[in-house]
Design a protein around this ligand. Structure first.
Ligand code: PMP
Length: 783
């Protein structure tokens, strides 16, 4: 006989008599909905109770276990407002009564938990999620040691069985896209929790703190509801304790604008009252995702039996809406959020309106500060190759090379935080971090480059590079490439034609000579010319001649090894050796600005100059070196460094501080341990081949260039005139932004699509970028 056939059938009169006989109470009864049992609300002497008549199929030992849980919880002052049992006249918390068919039903009377279901709240907030976490932590602490064979019964809602349940029933999910999403989320959850599942602590848990079982009171201040209690112990099991947190989080995530805020709130509250271990924090987000998968799969299964039951659908709409959002949040991000939440390092996402931020910025930070895209991004969080805006939308970042090893990489963040907690000072004192870092940094470079100056920005580093060159040579004249950019200070604007030759610029000063940009696509000498490299080098020769004719000598030649704002240019082979020879012969030093290309971005070399068979006299490093932390370096020869030590002290207040050094070390560690340069070779070649394929079908996409994860694609109006198509480049990058993929536009003619993602960018991301680019190009054809 199924349990539904053993549902109690006590009418109002019978239930009223039962109440009188066993509890000695008179009251007004009204039926409450229940599928398996019979429940009556009882109003009696100004108090409200629930009379629960259990299904005859219910195992008495399970009712006893639930009762014990309720009694244990009620011993905790903070949980006292939750469910409480009222003893019958005979002193027992449960009485056995016979139904009309002779079957035996267990009856209990409980205090009614007053309030509304959390599911009814318009906008639950972090404070409430934390309270719920605290409540559940205290409950599970009270349940420690509670055990009974029935709590080990096979039960599809026990998360240990979750994977099997999803494997069996998810195929019944009718909507194909939702089915695939659920299966993919659970697959990822399985992988993400595999390492920790074996060690998770086990214990008796409520196992169903979904927002319909969490009772809150709107309290005195309607905006400030409080948790009153968690009802319905009917799913209680012995399971992973952290499943309690995961289950509550799973349902809370459904109503949170940013699902991870709900997870963080519940984890941090639970951890306060029931400290979670590392393995539990590692697993909790994956388990929350698994629970949503179980819910979707079970609903699909139950729907085959009860197609018209509206209760089955109660969570399914929100789950269908949330699963795609969760698929956009890597498991590693969820794990990190849980870890941060438990260590107090999580701030819930609360943002001012985008309009307010934009307006204040315009007013208070000056009009010359620009913002990207037609519809600017209002960002809230970054993780690896992803950025998230204030609406929880995810963007694939294919543009930012500063977060080199990934936005907010946990190892880099931890390195900064833990050193910041210990000591942060300056180079006037001895501390280990500086030589530990310089030793590692120098080891990445050719052996002649052995002295480091650690600074805060590439601008500061390029300034120092100029000073080094001037002190070494006793000269000031500097040769730069056309369209170059080296930084924003006065002298660096002077050596940056991109700035001094552009709007608001005042041209090159007399000590700066501008050599032709060796652009083989649209420059003076093109790819078809086998002498192009030599001809471009001769342009530097002309600059040297002009300097000599004025009776002076060169201090330096400075160039990016792959000019970036110049349009992601790849210098022709042979060019740099020729130039370096000429410059050195004239007494100048050669500076490589590797700010864009350093640290393995090109994949098969750590620094771009290595591909040209030259060793600069000075190398300037910035941007990726600190993954977003203000860090930069100049590395030079002993000879140049010694010449610089002319009596004037060198000191940069923040340069080389221990926090920066630890950050720099962590970046090098991650690059090595995650083999990110190798991945740049592979992913970069996928991207490049994909771009070349697009270029074959799109006459406007006329040139694809670059290496590793440093790529450019140039848009022209036609391939004969090579007239730049800046309008199309802007339209394509904006369309891609709207589709959730970020690239940039650069080059002197603003027509080069610039692709320079964090090094975590993977094959799947590359395919996605190519799809989105394909659509954007099709939507914005050459005019
Ligand atoms: N050199 C190059 C090649 C750069 O691209 C930049 C910044 N775009 C700089 C120097 C200056 O860097 P920062 O703004 O970090 O000082």
């Amino acid at each position: 006989m199924s349990s539904l056939q053993r549902t109690p059938t006590f009418d109002l009169t019978a239930a009223t008599q039962l109440l009188q006989r066993h509890y000695g109470r008179e009251g007004t009864l009204s039926p409450l909905p229940s599928e398996r049992d019979q429940n009556y609300a009882v109003d009696c002497d100004g108090e409200r109770f629930v009379l629960k008549i259990a299904n005859a199929a219910e195992d008495p030992s399970f009712i006893a276990a639930q009762n014990e849980a309720i009694v244990r919880a009620a011993t905790r002052p903070a949980l006292r407002a939750g469910p409480q049992l009222i003893d019958a006249i005979d002193g027992n918390d449960t009485v056995a009564v016979d139904g009309s068919d002779g079957s035996c039903h267990r009856v209990r009377l409980m205090r009614f938990v007053p309030g509304i279901a959390m599911a009814q709240l318009q906008a639950p907030n972090s404070a409430l999620w934390q309270q719920l976490g605290r409540w559940l932590g205290q409950l599970d602490d009270a349940l420690t040691g509670l055990d009974a064979p029935v709590l080990h019964r096979p039960f599809p809602w026990r998360l240990e069985e979750g994977l099997e349940v999803v494997q069996r029933y998810a195929p019944l999910i009718a909507d194909a896209e939702h089915r695939r999403d659920v299966q993919e989320l659970v697959r990822r959850a399985d992988v993400a929790t595999a390492a920790s599942r074996a060690t998770l602590r086990r214990g008796a848990i409520h196992n169903d703190a979904n927002d319909h079982n969490v009772i809150v009171t709107p309290g005195s201040d309607a905006d400030d509801p409080e948790i009153v209690g968690v009802i319905d112990f009917g799913d209680m099991v012995v399971s992973w304790v952290v499943a309690e947190v995961a289950i509550a989080a799973a349902y809370a995530m459904l109503s949170a604008p940013e699902p991870l805020d709900a997870l963080a709130g519940i984890v941090s509250g639970f951890d306060e009252t029931y400290p979670l271990r590392r393995d539990e924090l590692d697993a909790v987000y994956g388990l929350a995702c698994l629970r949503l998968g179980v819910s979707a799969a079970m609903a699909a299964q139950q729907r085959t039996q009860r197609p018209d039951d509206p209760y089955l659908e109660i969570s399914q709409g929100p789950i269908a809406a949330t699963v795609p959002k969760l698929l956009q949040r890597p498991m590693a991000l969820g794990r990190q959020v849980a870890l941060d939440a438990a260590s107090g390092g999580w701030e819930p996402s609360e943002s001012r309106s985008t309009a307010w931020v934009a307006a204040q910025r315009r007013r208070q930070t000056g009009k010359s500060l620009s913002v990207g895209y037609r519809r600017p991004l209002h960002l809230q969080r970054g993780f690896m190759q992803y950025l998230y805006d204030t609406e929880g939308r995810r963007y694939l970042d294919a543009y930012n090379n500063v977060p080199h090893v990934g936005h907010c990489h946990p190892r880099v963040v931890d390195a900064a935080v833990s050193q910041q907690r210990r000591l942060n000072t300056n180079t006037r004192y001895l501390y280990d971090a500086l030589p530990r870092y310089t030793e590692r940094l120098v080891a990445t470079l050719p052996s002649s480059l052995q002295v480091c100056f650690i600074l805060n920005s590439a601008t500061e580093a390029n300034e120092l590079a100029l000073r080094l060159a001037r002190t070494m040579t006793g000269q000031r004249d500097t040769i730069v490439l056309d369209a170059a950019y080296h930084g924003h200070t006065t002298s660096l604007i002077d050596i940056s034609p991109y700035k001094h030759g552009g709007p608001g610029g005042q041209g090159a000063p007399s000590w700066v000579s501008v050599a032709a940009l060796p652009d083989l696509f649209r420059g003076q000498h093109r790819a078809a010319d086998p002498q192009a490299a030599a001809r471009y080098a001769a342009s530097v020769g002309e600059c040297l001649d002009t300097i000599a004719a004025a009776g002076r000598g060169p201090a330096a030649f400075i160039a990016e090894t792959c000019p970036s704002v110049g349009g992601q240019i790849v210098l022709p082979p042979g060019y740099l050796p020729d130039v370096y020879r000429r410059v050195r012969a004239a007494g100048g030093v050669c500076i490589a600005d590797e700010v864009q290309t350093g640290f393995g971005r090109l994949g098969d070399c750590t620094y771009a100059f290595q591909e040209h068979g030259v060793t600069p006299d000075i190398v300037v490093l910035g941007k990726p070196i600190g993954n977003g932390h203000p860090l930069a370096a100049v590395v030079t020869t002993l000879e140049i460094a010694d010449a610089f030590a002319n009596g004037m002290e060198f000191f940069s207040t923040f340069g080389g501080n221990p926090v920066s050094c630890e950050v720099g070390l962590a970046v090098l560690d991650v690059l090595r341990d995650e083999a990110l340069a190798d991945s740049a070779v592979r992913v970069g070649s996928t991207l490049r081949l994909g771009l070349q394929a697009l270029s074959q079908h799109d006459a406007g996409l006329a040139d694809v260039r670059g290496r590793g994860l440093f790529l450019g694609a140039e848009l022209v109006r036609d391939r004969e005139s090579l007239r730049p198509d800046a309008a199309r480049a802007a339209a394509v990058s904006n369309a891609m932004r709207d589709a959730g993929v970020l690239i940039g536009v650069d080059g002197p003619d603003h027509n080069v699509l610039k692709i320079r993602p964090p090094m975590q960018f993977d094959d799947h991301d590359a395919e996605h970028l190519l799809d989105v680019l394909h659509d954007a190009l099709a939507a914005h054809p050459t005019a």
